[in-house]
Design a protein around this ligand. Structure first.
Ligand code: ADP
Ligand code: MG
Length: 749
């Protein structure tokens, strides 16, 4: 077996991703490696494939129980024997794992770092041939990172206790230089191959939105994605509670995760999310590292995170399966204050000495400013992120909020509005507030004053006594916010940073206030109605494929339930989509789908093919039953008393309408139908109508003299689109004549 065969047969992937092959080759040649790849980049495969090719055992140091559990489940699904050792197992279960491991039952064993130096584990390890030690989430070794885990520092001591030094392979998604240095030094890697792959994730759509009502926006967003799964990150536990509560009250399947919940609830909620029982996870940044769920199709940041590293890592949990996914950050100036508070009062660094703490504080504040700058950039969001990580990129990505907005605003679509009067009111309000309190107020308060809000703070500080209080109460608040931003953009208002960002009038405002300068606002016509990008529809399935996709999802849910694993461990959404598109009929075709390896084809192939075949048959059935409907019904037989109920239309009607009205005389349960076309054919064969060459549009037949003699005529009508057309018309006389014929038993056939 070679790596390519394993990739294809065990994992079902056709080609390696960026960096994987080089890292695997290095490991196989006996060299330490340090791989830095973005979340979802495919780090696991870099040690899992060598684990199958090297003799002996691979140990994987992993920080989280849930992470181990899912990875081991996924490996087992692929037919690779693996196990984990952590506190979720009883003592007896742990002994059993070790016993089987000694018999050589596993290729990989996942362990928590705390276990490395325990007597029982050291005793076990001493008797094994350990060829590879993989350290996943290796940034946990560094106290510079968010996830410092002191026991990661035990790795070198553990290695020294082994009879033979294994190859050490470290992996992380954290790209900063400080963390990188720490990983190499503290894990004592020997001249490792250091490989940093590209950080771009083209399938992720990035956006930053300033929404006055974040909850309302979130609900709209989720409403449009009822069948999708995603994460909502909040800055504090309290916000998690509130948001989760609101979502549940509105009927969304939401669950929550933060460090204030007990272990049992956290585990349960995380599983509900992983197993798709809860579609939305509302969480603090405590929810993270352990999520390998591949079908996360959005990550919404309800608050701005503390730095771009965290943001990119958290947002990166979307779209691991490569399908289009959204990363939207809902920014508000208040988030900056919360972030500053968290940085200043964080408990993470309590164990550190004062000098280091001070150093970290300065660094964190600097990072916070960079995060803020990202939120405010008018340029490409992806470019801003990649710049931050020092990666080259195209000037615009075309798949972020700012790039898309620019595309949606071609000159033809912009409108120009005269904002002078509104501007005068807004500027005057800001000016008066400045005079009153000497500093100014934030945008939200200004808008509240203008709209006459009964906000407590506002009333307590007597802003309701200003003459501009309530002068714009008829203006919708979101629109008013847009006006304010337009005034900022045009330089009439200044945003002055401070503890809070406040608005102040610029010198230029005087021209509007006192000289009647006109203020014009150019904006995209769709600006206020656009609720954000449409659901990640690009590349989505068509209606037919969607129905097969849904069917396959149902099958997957059932298989996952039987196997006791999360659905994505069985097949990724991306694989199901591909299946729905290709509709394979044989196992061989099945194997061409990315994510379907031999093991999975063997295990689930038959069920999948059966569902597809059944679905195809149903589609065929539907088609032919549709065709059946169009087959002519038996001819219409009406009894004289039924015909007597026909009321002739004095205005004259078309043959189609006449046929419809006759058919309507049928009584419940009676078969038979007369169509306009049948009637027309009949009259043609009987010589009441004749064909004519199509000189006139629409008119294929016209009455013969015989037809005219029974009352069939041509009339001018105007169609729905206002265009005139000529129609064969049955006058009242012709209708009576036809009814008479029918009563005499002359059937239209
Ligand atoms: P991370 O780097 O975040 O640890 P994972 O190892 O969990 O990423 O991989 C992310 C996803 O990408 C997984 O679902 C995995 O199956 C998939 N993947 C990994 N390598 C490939 C590949 N070469 N081709 C296709 N999909 C892959
Ligand atoms: Mg990983």
């Amino acid at each position: 077996m070679d790596k390519q065969t394993i990739l294809q047969e065990r994992f079902g992937f056709r080609s390696f991703r960026d960096g994987q092959e080089a890292l695997i080759d290095a490991i196989l040649s006996g060299r330490d490696v340090f791989g830095v790849m973005p979340t979802g980049g495919g780090k696991s495969l870099c040690y899992q494939i060598p684990a199958l090719l090297l003799e002996g055992l691979t140990l994987v140091v992993s920080p989280l129980i849930s992470l181990m559990k899912d990875q081991v489940a996924a490996l087992k699904e692929a037919g690779i024997p693996a196990a984990f050792l952590n506190s979720s197992l009883t003592a007896a279960q742990q002994r059993e794992v070790l016993r089987r491991a000694e018999l050589g039952a596993y290729r990989l064993i996942y362990v928590a770092p705390e276990r490395l130096l325990t007597d029982s584990f050291l005793a076990f390890a001493a008797g094994q041939r350990i060829s590879l030690l993989a350290v996943d989430e290796a940034h946990c070794v560094s106290q510079w990172g968010q996830d410092f885990r002191p026991n990661y520092l035990d790795v070198p001591a553990f290695v020294r206790r082994l009879p033979r030094r294994p190859v050490i392979a470290a992996f992380t998604a954290t790209a900063t230089a400080e963390v990188g240095e720490d990983v190499v030094r503290l894990l004592e890697l020997r001249e490792p191959l250091r490989l940093v792959t590209g950080f771009d994730r083209p399938n992720l759509y990035f956006d930053v939105r300033r929404e006055r009502d974040k909850t309302a926006w979130l609900m709209d967003y989720l409403e449009a994605r009822r069948d999708k799964s995603g994460i909502v990150y909040c800055a504090t536990r309290k916000t998690v509670e509130q948001v989760c509560e609101k979502l549940r009250a509105a009927g969304f399947a939401a669950t929550r995760y933060h460090a204030g919940l007990d272990d049992a609830e956290r585990r349960e909620n995380q599983e509900d999310f992983a197993y798709d029982r809860a579609a939305v996870m509302v969480a603090t940044n405590a929810f993270g590292m352990g999520i390998d769920k591949s079908n996360v199709s959005f990550v919404i940041h309800y608050n701005m995170p503390k730095n771009i590293e965290s943001y990119y890592q958290e947002a990166g949990r979307a779209g691991r399966d490569g399908a289009p996914a959204d990363c939207v950050l809902l920014f508000s100036p208040g988030d900056v204050i919360t972030a500053e508070y968290l940085i200043e009062n964080g408990s993470e660094r309590e164990q550190l000495d004062e000098a280091l703490r001070a150093q970290l504080l300065i660094r964190d504040m600097r990072r916070l400013r960079q995060m803020q700058a990202y939120c405010k950039t008018g340029g490409c969001y992806r470019a801003a992120l990649l710049d931050y990580f020092g990666e080259a990129h195209a000037p615009g990505c075309g798949n972020c909020g700012n790039c898309v907005q620019r595309r949606e605003e071609p000159s033809g679509e912009t409108v120009e509005e005269d904002l002078t009067l509104a501007a005068q009111k807004i500027l005057s309000c800001v000016r008066r507030v400045e005079r009153k309190n000497g500093v100014g107020l934030g945008e939200t308060m200004i808008v509240r004053i203008l709209t006459g809000s009964r906000d407590k703070t506002l009333l307590a500080r007597e802003y309701d006594l200003l003459p501009t209080y309530g002068v714009m109460k008829d203006c919708k608040r979101p629109l008013l916010h847009e006006y304010v931003r337009a005034l900022v953009k045009q330089g009439y208002l200044l945003q002055v940073p401070g503890d809070y960002e406040v608005l102040r009038t610029a010198e230029k405002a005087n021209r509007v206030l006192f000289e009647n300068e006109a203020v014009l606002w150019r904006h995209a016509a769709s600006k206020q109605t656009r609720p954000g990008r449409k659901p990640a529809a690009a590349g989505g399935p068509g209606a037919a494929e969607q129905s097969l996709f849904d069917r396959l999802r149902g099958l997957r849910a059932e298989l996952a339930r039987q196997a006791g694993v999360p659905a994505y461990v069985i097949f990724h959404d991306a694989s199901l989509l591909k299946l729905a598109e290709l509709q394979p009929a044989t196992e061989l075709e099945l194997l061409t789908v990315s994510g379907v390896g031999e093991q999975k084809a063997k295990k689930y192939g038959r069920a999948v093919l059966a569902v597809i075949a059944e679905w195809k048959q149903e589609q065929q059935g539907k088609k032919s039953s549709k065709a059946k409907k169009k087959e002519p019904q038996p001819p219409l037989h009406l009894r004289p008393e039924q015909l007597a109920r026909y009321v002739c239309d004095p205005d004259g009607i078309s043959m189609t309408e006449f046929a419809r009205r006759l058919t309507a005389l049928k009584e419940g349960g009676e078969a038979g139908e007369l169509t306009g076309r049948q009637l027309s054919e009949q009259l043609l064969t009987e010589g009441y109508l004749k064909e004519q060459s199509a000189e006139t549009d629409n008119l294929r037949r016209r009455p013969t003299p015989a037809g005219e003699s029974v009352g069939i005529t041509l009339t001018e009508r105007s169609g729905k689109d206002g265009r005139a057309f000529t129609m064969v018309t049955l006058t009242e006389e012709a209708q009576r004549w036809l009814i008479g014929r029918l009563s005499e038993g002359l059937i239209m056939e």
